[in-house]
Write a protein of this length. Structure first.
Length: 184
């Protein structure tokens, strides 16, 4: 509906412009009242017509842009499937060995956030979720790789790092000896 009205208005303005281009003289060769400055009105109508054409063009671009934008779907990459394993959970703390805050990969260990894993099973840098808490695999050890701590069950070992023995024992009491580990 708006396009028909706009076309009709544009035709009316073009007709007025054509009328203003023609001589204004009446039979006596004099200008009639109200037509004293036809060039000014002609300019005004031309500007109005250009403004309307620009408005229609902008409106068309906006409509096309919004219609095309509505058809574009943003697809987020699918998260990799979460792998879960049953593992033996152990803990180690600062001062238990000679390495201190430094892991076998050279990264600084963070209490309650870092853990030691077998890098053949769980790559370094992997996030592990154990009983709702997230850990980062930054470290390894011979007992972890050989699964010495798992005993006869031979489950993979995840060794959690804590700054003190007290923190480590508290977390082991919460998690338990074995847990389902979600690998992300």
């Amino acid at each position: 509906m708006n396009k028909k009205i706009n076309k009709m208005e544009a035709k009316a303005i073009e007709a007025q412009i054509e009328r203003l281009k023609t001589p204004i003289d009446n039979e006596q060769g004099k200008r009639t009242k109200g037509d004293e400055s036809p060039s000014r009105r002609y300019r005004h109508l031309c500007e109005r017509l250009l403004t309307m054409k620009k408005a229609i063009l902008i409106l068309a671009i906006a409509l096309l842009g919004s219609v095309q934008g509505a058809n574009i779907m943003i697809e987020l990459p699918k998260p990799p499937p979460k792998k879960t394993i049953k593992a033996r959970i152990t803990a180690y703390w600062l001062g238990e060995d000679e390495f201190g805050w430094k892991s076998s990969t050279g990264k600084r260990l963070v209490s309650g956030k870092s853990c030691a894993v077998d890098p053949r099973l769980i790559p370094y840098g992997t996030k592990l979720v154990i009983e709702g808490k997230t850990y980062h695999a930054h470290d390894t050890g011979t007992a972890v790789i050989s699964r010495k701590a798992s005993g006869k069950s031979r489950l993979p070992v995840v060794d959690l790092f804590y700054a003190s023995e007290r923190q480590a024992r508290r977390e082991l009491a919460r998690v338990g000896r074995t847990a389902v580990v979600e690998i992300q």
